[in-house]
Design a protein around this ligand. Sequence first.
Ligand code: SF4
Ligand code: SF4
Ligand code: SF4
Length: 176
Amino acid sequence: MSYMITEGCIGCGLCKRNCPVFAISGEPKQMHRINPKRCIECGVCGRLCAKGAVQTSKGVVLQRVPKKDWPKPHINEKLCSACSICVDSCASGALKIAMPKFKGDIDVAAELTAPEKCVACALCEKRCPLGAIRLVPVPAEPSSAAAQKNEAKPDAGRDAASAASPESKASEEVRV
Ligand code: SF4
Ligand code: SF4
Ligand code: SF4
C-alpha cells in the first residue's frame, strides 16, 4: 500500500524534499509521483501539502497540519542502549547519540538535537528495537475558558508571555 499524489499537485516539491525514504519524484511545477515500493505511509507529504493533493490508497485526502502541532519524539533514556539505529534511520538528521559527560561514562542515550528538522515520520519509533523512542502529541492549547480567565487577570497573561523564551518556540522550518 502507498499514498498517492493527485492532479491538484502544483509541483512545489515540498513533499519530495521532506519524504524520509525518498519515495517522491518529480520536476518543479510538474505533478509529482510517489513510488509505491518505497512509501511507508508516514503521512509527512500530506501534512505538508498546501493543495490537498495527497491521498491514501483508500482515497482519503490528507489534511495539512501546522508543524507546531506535529507529534514529537520522546526518548526514554533508561531503555535506550545508544545503538544508533534511530540516528541512522533519521533522514532529517534530527537525532544524535549524546556525548559522554565524563571519561568512562557509558550511560549515554539518543537525543533529539535538532527538533526543528524533525518531520514526525516515526521511522525512529518503528525501528528502535527496545521501544525507547515514541512520538508523543504536543500538549493541547489552553482551553478558551482558561484563556478568558487570563483575560480577566491581565497580570496572568503577561506572566505567561514573559515565561515563554524565544528558544522554547518550535520552529516552523521545513526543507524548503
Ligand atoms: S507538496 Fe503537494 S503540491 Fe507540492 S509537490 Fe507535493 S503533492 Fe505536489
Ligand atoms: S507517506 Fe511518507 S513515505 Fe510515503 S511518500 Fe509520503 S512522505 Fe514519503
Ligand atoms: S520522527 Fe524520528 S526519524 Fe522521523 S524525522 Fe523525527 S527524529 Fe527523525
